[in-house]
Design a protein. Structure first.
Length: 277
């Protein structure tokens, strides 16, 4: 078992043991030996849902079992699984199960289960994946920033790009980079950015960020394969990389000028900061 697989197993075990406690994502990430920023992104890619969604769904599944298998009061179950009031618990329970907690106590109530994640060793890989290791000097970008939660990022970032390209923002920043930078672990800043030219003024609504010198794993691909490359990077390349571990709490997508014939054929890269293991 690799260190990454072992860390992920530790993190899952920690969540399962503490579902009735106030779980902090940073504490979960420590069990996986990575930062809160990277853990949330990796978990979402591998599992298809966020860390907070997993915890919420597991709690609601267990709460339903207790409601149907005991004489416990709804308010006691609500408090046990981290809800401040019966009303907030009822709303969440109803969204998940389709019936209220009171109705769940009835005979024959149809409920929804959500099983814990298990790591199963299986044959994977066997596919080609291009990458290179590069040493890059420190560099500064200028961009337009917006903050996102890990839960909403996949839906909201494309909207941000669309807004930028349609409101004239692309005349100031073409969008050579899509830059994710950790802000507080639960949220991150996303910049649509270009290389900063220090002799030019920084317009209102834009800012600069400097990325330190360091080592990067660079994954070239085409726009049509970007999400697939991102998934393989986290799911196959990283767990099998023995020489390097994750570096800084940021990562970059680099976009070349779009292909005029077909934008999906445009060249792009994913840059992942790494350091010697």
């Amino acid at each position: 078992m690799s260190a990454w697989t072992e860390g992920l197993q530790n993190a899952i075990g920690y969540m399962e043991k503490n579902l009735t406690e106030d779980i902090k994502v940073r504490d979960i990430a420590e069990k996986a030996y990575v930062s809160e920023f990277h853990f949330q992104r990796i978990f979402s890619v591998l599992c298809g849902f966020s860390v907070t969604e997993y915890i919420r769904n597991r709690r609601l599944a267990l709460a339903a079992r207790e409601l149907t298998g005991s004489d416990a009061k709804v308010i006691d179950i609500a408090i046990k699984y981290g809800y401040d009031s019966p009303d907030s618990f009822t709303r969440a329970f109803t969204r998940f199960h389709g019936i209220t907690p009171s109705a769940a106590k009835g005979k024959g109530a149809l409920l929804r289960d959500f099983a814990p994640i298990k790591i199963i060793l299986s044959l994977e890989g066997g596919t080609m994946m291009d990458y290179r290791i590069e040493e890059k000097a420190a560099f500064t970008v200028m961009g337009r920033k917006r903050s996102f939660t890990n839960e909403s990022a996949y839906q909201e970032i494309p909207k941000f790009w669309k807004e930028h390209m349609t409101d004239g923002g692309n005349e100031t920043v073409c969008g050579m980079f899509g830059l994710c930078i950790d802000s507080d672990g639960s949220n991150f800043d996303y910049l649509i950015a270009d290389n900063y030219l220090p002799w030019k003024d920084i317009p209102d609504g834009y800012e600069t960020r400097t990325l330190p010198a360091g080592t990067w794993a660079v994954f070239p691909c085409k726009m049509k394969n970007l999400q697939d490359t991102n998934t393989k990077m986290w799911k196959e390349w990283l767990p099998n990389c023995k020489d390097y571990k994750l570096g800084g709490n940021y990562n970059i997508e680099m976009y070349a000028p779009p292909c005029k014939e077909d934008i999906l054929e445009s060249y792009c890269e994913i840059w992942l900061p790494i350091e010697k293991a």
